[in-house]
Design a binder for this molecule. Structure first.
Ligand code: FMN
Length: 190
């Protein structure tokens, strides 16, 4: 299995690492790889039983390296089972975690004409002190409009690690892993 991420502030990398750790408990090896580095060879993608991409959103679009990855490998990705996880702050709201309820996800899949086996949105992290001044003001304004935190000192992790576990569990199912699960199909600690 191949597992990629696209990040600027690290939350998508942490989510990809969490998925990798859960999969490892199930005996599936998937080392998270940064799409900002070298892209994989086409042959590697063609041979992969499953491709997982975790990518952050900036100003309404997924990071350019994720867009480039989908544009470059679209033909291969329509054949290989694909899992796409979008990381953003809109997903902190109930009902915005599935492709159907999520405009960034819907638009990306339509743009690249992709039909992933699983597409989900996961809430990311808000970290005002870390942002540049203009980004901080714009995001505070968006948060004000959408009922989120506006205190410029706020640093809030909205990510539901339970939701990430569920995504990892579904990835393992797609990979055909049956072992190491609880009654509800949840992962049990190794
Ligand atoms: C400059 C900037 C722009 C952002 N734009 C959006 C956006 O348009 N929609 C959204 O839901 N979240 C947006 N976010 C929130 C990020 O998607 C969120 O912080 C995510 O955790 C970032 O992932 P990363 O840490 O992997 O880079 C933005 C964050 C920053 C810093």
């Amino acid at each position: 299995m191949l597992l990629f991420y696209a990040t600027r502030d690290g939350q998508s990398r942490r989510i990809a690492a969490h998925i990798a750790a859960r999969l490892a408990e199930c005996g599936i090896c998937a080392r998270p790889r940064d799409l900002a580095g070298a892209f994989p060879a086409a042959a590697e993608l063609a041979a992969a039983p499953l491709v997982v991409v975790v990518a952050a959103v900036r100003y309404g679009r997924h990071l350019p390296e994720a867009e480039r990855f989908f544009a470059t490998y679209r033909e291969l990705l329509v054949r290989a089972p694909l899992v796409f996880v979008s990381v953003n702050l809109a997903a902190r709201k109930a009902g915005k975690d599935a492709a159907a309820g999520h405009q960034y996800l819907r638009k990306l899949l339509a743009r690249h004409r992709l039909k992933p086996a699983l597409a989900a949105a996961v809430a990311g992290r808000l970290d005002y002190p870390h942002y540049r001044w203009l980004d901080r003001q714009i995001i505070r304004f968006i948060m004000k409009m959408t009922g989120g935190p506006t205190d410029p000192q706020s640093c809030v992790e909205f990510t539901s690690w339970e939701a990430v576990d569920q995504i990892a569990s579904r990835i393992a199912d797609l990979h055909g892993c049956a072992g190491n699960r609880g009654k509800n199909g949840d992962f049990r600690p190794a």
